[in-house]
Design a protein around this ligand. Sequence first.
Ligand code: GDP
Ligand code: GDP
Length: 439
Amino acid sequence: MAKPIVAIVGRPNVGKSTLFNKLIGQRLSIVEDTPGVTRDRIYAQCEWLNHEFMLVDTGGIEPYSEDVILSQMRRQAEVAIESASVIILVTDVRSGVTATDQEVATMLLKSGKPIILCVNKVDSIGDTPAEVYEFYNLGLGDPIPVSSTHGHGTGDLLDEVLKHLPEGEEEDYGDDVIKVAVIGKPNVGKSSLINKIAGEERVIVSNIAGTTRDAVDTVVENESGKFVFIDTAGIRRKSKVFENIERYSVLRAYMAVDRADVCVIVIDATEGFTEQDSKVAGYAHEQGKGCIVAVNKWDAVEDKTDKTMKEFSDKLRVDFSFMSYVPFLFISALTGQRVNKLYEMIKEVAEKNAIRVTTGSLNDLLAYATARVQPPSDKGRRLKIYYITQASTKPPTFVAFVNRKELFHFSYQRYLENQIRETFDLQGTPIRFIVRERD
Ligand code: GDP
Ligand code: GDP
């Protein structure tokens, strides 16, 4: 289930990033700190009074001229409207209500989404300064005075957010449907791939009403099963401008990943692996999703011999060493080559991601593995692994009960992980390992 998204929007310099940092630094606990993601400080999984949600800073506007700002603000607001359950509009008490604030407020209001009006930089404690009342003119209800630098008012702000958070966002699709996010940087061929899929299969394009998301998903049903391809980069209502702003394309990819069971990471064969590829892939991996790398534009690779694919794979294996389990599929969205293989692969990876392994078979494995390679010891004490059990799925998460945690070296953990992977054939899914001590 996807967590509700709370988006922060507002003009440059009103204090959006300061607010974002204050909220996640002081008030909210970050549920999962994903390296490389929170570094951007655009996206954080948070918890406030037992409610989990995603806090998103949709800002990042370069302050050029007023009209550029306005068009970028519109885009920012669009992203928020499309993705968020609750939107926080941040304004600046010092500049008062500006024409841009008014414009964005009108746009947000039209969306029908709950909008929380934050008037920032109210640093004084005590009576609400008269300037705050001017913000009623935006027609968004009560302004909430906040000082993002000092932290005053942020509790009230969060309380207000909570009032409007939906109770867990159920997706309309059934359990038998596999949700797939097709992710990757611009121009690798994501929309071509979706269009190929959509063109050749019986497709129902559903605009799911009643959910807080207005994205258009592509539903495909065939002999391999039922799939939903989640709209990532405005694949249908495609807007290149949108996607070329990296911040938004990355953001949208993350949102799609959160909803997905399986992520198809598309890379461009003519370009090879790039840093940006590792970023989206890394996010899918960290979130515990089933993953497949689709090497697209295989038709455009020149002078292929019978060794080319193997050479390409070997190189990719190194590039993707942080997710050694990921399968590669060489496709062409243009010609359709091997696109049909994708379904079976998605299905298999989804199954592996959701696998349940019995404690009995895990402990058979443990007995075998520890007999083959003795657990490590240190200063006369040897690691004892009493038993292993699976705690949860998506991704498969295993708990090992041991005598001493510090003896459970990374290399031995790796060894056991590999044993588990091999025994249960866990292709395409990350797995997690939790070590617990017990006497
Ligand atoms: P953004 O462009 O909307 O993300 O704005 P920033 O968070 O970068 O803040 C712009 C400027 O306003 C920075 O110099 C901040 O230190 C300052 N600022 C942000 N919040 C407050 C606040 O609550 N009080 C005061 N006095 N300054 C603030
Ligand atoms: P997106 O930005 O990731 O959605 O990429 P697009 O689907 O818009 O594709 C970007 C460009 O790559 C377009 O010019 C496509 O025609 C081209 N393209 C996409 N898939 C293939 C492919 O399999 N082979 C070749 N040769 N070109 C492709």
